[in-house]
Design a protein around this ligand. Structure first.
Ligand code: ADP
Length: 447
């Protein structure tokens, strides 16, 4: 087991990882920018190292400083959290070259899945169902038209290097396609330094369903069931649930089994998420994330398994603490992402939190790094906390969520809490009847 883990992240996830380390009796080092000197994870860590000024590229993305911090403090492993360097293959390689363990998969696995064209090709080879579309990058308009005619309109043009919901264009007709292809390529080139784009069928009313997988480091793969993250705004997840209200136990076992086998065949090690769109009973792979996800706590709630403990165990060579048959799904869990944003316009609302009071009681978990008097710096993501609620079934979970949202107090800034208070009373949400466009349509109506 590791002696000392360096946490290369900030906010709620830094605290989340820190908690797991403390439980496992592992010493912790956190790195932080000058803007985060007062952050909770800095206060609670055994050691902290200031690695630079506020902009992420000078601090949380500064590989040299982070490696230096490992060497100064004698950390033997790095947990990257999500975002920042968590899916940076070069970072994983550099740590390996310094004999520091990256708590995550190998640089090569990150590289394959980071390139969406390559990821889709790999998924197909491993027997994972994919969205119909081009086999690789598409550059010629003629070829694009031929493929689109074959799969049928509407189609979506996606950047191979895309991420965070950026670099996508939908074409409804052949006339749209020309412009969509050109804009997608130039936007991808400008945003990612790589103008490779590919085409796939645009699914009209899918749900976003993702499977949590783990490779144990010894060639075995398991799945921890799925999460439904269909409630999105601008391709960003807002509310996540486990299990999906749309799947039954057979479908869960079927897609989970396909994913677990793929992970084993890939020789993958650590946590991963295989993301699908789901429509008319069919799954279509869209991408794989080679890291811990923001929404992992809903899986923890229904399985009772600490996924960060498992990541640390696997990375240290100790394998998983559970076999597939030990993973049982109990009840239902929902996570609300609480952002420091205006609940209508979603414009960021940094500033000082004058009062912060979190709900409690059975089945309630709040993962947050903020506190009363905390000043939210304007430089980073607006996520200030996650409310995760568990119940014996979805009805009980929703009842408890409504009560928990009423108890939650965040004063001094605007947050997305009012949005969740509206959603929890909505009939479609109560029925679990929504697709990936539901929230955008709902917000448009409310305006
Ligand atoms: P990113 O890596 O940028 O998050 P993804 O490929 O995961 O990109 O897609 C993000 C979101 O875009 C999906 O959750 C879905 O809402 C939408 N999307 C992606 N591909 C399709 C498709 N073929 N049809 C319909 N919607 C899609």
């Amino acid at each position: 087991m590791f002696q000392k883990i360096l946490i290369a992240n900030r906010g709620e996830i830094a605290l989340r990882v820190l908690r797991a380390c403390k439980e496992l009796g592992i010493q912790t080092v956190v790195v932080h920018s000058t803007a985060d000197a007062d952050a909770m994870h800095v206060r609670l860590a055994d050691e902290s190292v200031c690695i630079g000024p506020p902009p992420s590229r000078d601090s949380y993305l500064n590989v040299h400083q982070i490696v230096a911090a490992c060497e100064i403090t004698g950390a033997d492993a790095v947990h990257p959290g999500y975002g920042f360097l968590s899916e940076n293959a070069k970072f994983a390689d550099i740590l390996a070259a310094h004999n520091i363990t990256f708590i995550g998969p190998t640089g090569d696995h990150i590289r394959v899945m980071g390139d969406k064209i390559e990821a889709k090709r790999t998924a197909k080879r491993l027997g994972i169902p994919v969205v119909p579309g081009s086999d690789g990058a598409v550059t010629e308009e003629k070829e694009a038209k031929r493929i689109a005619a074959e799969i049928g309109y509407p189609v979506i043009i996606k950047a191979s290097a895309g991420g965070g919901g950026r670099g996508m264009k939908v074409a409804h007709t052949e006339a749209d396609l020309e412009v969509a292809l050109q804009t997608a390529r130039s936007e991808a080139g400008a945003a990612f330094g790589d103008d490779a784009v590919y085409i796939e069928k645009y699914l009209q009313k899918p749900r976003h369903i993702e499977v949590q997988v783990f490779g144990d480091g010894f060639g075995r793969g398991v799945h921890f069931g799925e999460r439904d993250c269909s409630l999105q705004r601008r391709h960003q997840k807002v509310w996540e649930e486990a299990n999906s209200p749309a799947l039954n136990a057979e479908e869960r076992a079927r897609i989970g089994g396909i994913c677990a086998k793929a992970i084993a065949d890939l020789g993958y090690s650590g946590a991963g998420t295989i993301e699908f769109l789901y429509e008319n009973g069919e799954f279509y792979f869209i991408e794989m994330n080679t890291r811990l996800q923001v929404e992992h706590p809903v899986t923890e709630a229904i399985t009772g398994i600490d996924l960060v403990h498992e990541q640390i165990r696997v990375a240290s060579g100790g394998g998983l603490s559970v076999r597939q048959e030990d993973i049982k799904f109990n009840g239902h869990a929902i996570e609300c992402r609480i952002n420091a944003e205006d609940p209508r316009t979603f414009t960021p609302s940094p500033g000082t939190i004058t009062h912060f009071h979190t709900p409690g009681g059975l089945g309630i978990r709040v993962d947050s790094g903020v506190y009363s008097g905390y000043k939210i710096p304007p430089y980073y993501d607006s996520l200030i906390g996650k409310l995760i609620v568990h119940g014996r079934n979805r009805v009980e979970c929703m009842m408890r969520l409504r009560r928990a949202l009423d108890e939650f107090v965040v004063d001094g800034i605007k947050t997305t809490l009012p949005l969740f208070r509206d959603l929890v009373g909505n009939a479609d949400i109560a029925n679990g009847d929504y697709d990936i466009h539901w929230l955008e349509k709902y917000l448009a109506k409310e305006e």
